[in-house]
Design a binder for this molecule. Structure first.
Ligand code: TXA
Ligand code: MG
Length: 360
């Protein structure tokens, strides 16, 4: 039998269910936590243990507001090497280092432009990653040998509490790619992480459950190594938000590797792909999957996988809908793209990359 975890939160006691004894790793379920209300003598024991586990070189998958991440101590080469193994990811693809706040930024990044500080102060903690020149702490095994490093402070309460606990134990940053096999759809629930990675994790690794990811698509990645910030991967922090709130002028954006010097696996033409074939035009036949905004009716015989009410809902449900298609053995999924504005830009980027897998 696995262990039973207790997490005490501001007078609220959440009893986690026993972990599955059929599997060789622990799943801590129902970690209910209100970060702002944690007091020093009322901390989440499970998260403290998870942080210790990271310090000891194990992997901890954890929820973030974007997607679930597969975490390791970003200063531990062996632990980071296991991330690559578990994901099946090429080792020259860099990882994002997660920190709890801007205060740890200068441990990892140097020559930080004024606009990057503004961005961090405005959008952290939140769904935004900054690419900055690295310090000595960011070794080649994190940056894929590049001279810059990706840094993010996530806002999910469990992620933040885990990072805080990790930092209290002397940790400086948690490297965490999305907790999926390379090139596949990012997980937005602990069940999806379990489905993706249970065959690859060991008994000392952990998966933390923090419910469904609120945003549903990966963070906006902003290259801050030039005179102007440039969006490399669109996300919930949109170009409009940056322009409106900060009056910062932006560099020319390109979301593919062809348009960028910087290496980023999410910039590959084909990525974020389910097993099913993703089609962005044409008419579904009976038995095919269908994803579209709620106002569009389901074509006759098609299997409706998601009916989002707006673009935020679309982002939140897209990956779980694609996973559902695979679980149901659906061969083709037809997706009606939302308008290419706001977070719709991120959705269009991901579905385009998901559909590229099918191209010759
Ligand atoms: O929302 C997110 O960003 C999630 C959660 C877990 O934080 N993480 C995530 O990580 O999506 P990953 O590794 O699946 O995607 C990060 C992307 C990759 O395409 C990687 O190549 C790129 O960011 N990246 C990381 N560090 C970079 C760097 N120093 N320079 C350029 N690209 C970088
Ligand atoms: Mg990823």
């Amino acid at each position: 039998m696995g262990t039973v975890e207790e997490v005490r939160v501001s007078g609220q006691l959440s009893m986690a269910k026993p972990t599955r004894n059929m599997q060789s790793f622990q799943v801590i379920q129902s970690v209910i936590i209100t970060f702002m209300r944690i007091t020093s003598n009322c901390t989440a024991a499970a998260l403290k243990d998870a942080a210790t586990s990271l310090i000891n070189g194990n992997l901890v998958a954890f929820p973030t507001e974007t997607v679930y991440g597969l975490g390791a101590d970003a200063t531990n080469e062996k632990a980071v090497a296991r991330i690559y193994e578990v994901k099946g990811r090429p080792t020259d693809h860099p990882l994002i280092v997660h920190i709890s706040s801007i205060e740890l930024l200068d441990k990892w990044a140097s020559e930080i432009p004024e606009y990057a500080i503004k961005l961090a102060r405005t959008f952290w903690p939140g769904p935004m990653t900054l690419i900055l020149p690295r310090t000595e702490l960011a070794k080649d095994f994190i940056t894929g040998g590049q001279n810059n490093v990706g840094i993010r402070a996530p806002s999910h309460t469990v992620a933040l509490a885990l990072l805080k606990a990790f930092e209290e134990q002397g940790g400086l940053g948690v490297a965490a790619p999305s907790a999926n096999r390379f090139g596949k759809v990012s997980p937005t629930s602990s069940q999806a992480v379990t489905d993706e990675l249970s065959n690859y994790l060991s008994q000392d690794d952990l998966i933390l459950d923090g419910g469904s990811s609120e945003v549903g698509v990966e963070s906006t990645i902003i290259d801050c190594t030039g005179d102007k910030p440039t969006i490399l991967r669109p996300g919930a922090v949109t170009i409009e938000m940056i322009k409106d709130e900060l009056a910062i002028s932006m560099g020319t954006q390109s979301f593919t590797s062809a348009g960028n010097q910087i290496k980023a696996s999410g910039l590959l033409e084909s990525h974020y792909a389910p097993n099913a074939k993703v089609l962005l035009s044409g008419t579904p036949s009976p038995g095919d999957g269908y994803i579209a905004l709620i106002n569009l009716p389901t074509p006759s015989g098609a299997i409706r996988l998601s009916s989002p009410s707006d673009n935020n809902d679309y982002a939140r449900t897209l990956y779980s809908a694609l996973r559902e298609a695979d679980l149901a053995g659906i061969q083709k999924v037809f997706i009606v793209a939302p308008k290419n504005e706001g977070i719709g830009i991120a959705i269009n980027d991901r579905i385009k990359k998901a559909s590229s897998k099918n191209k010759p």
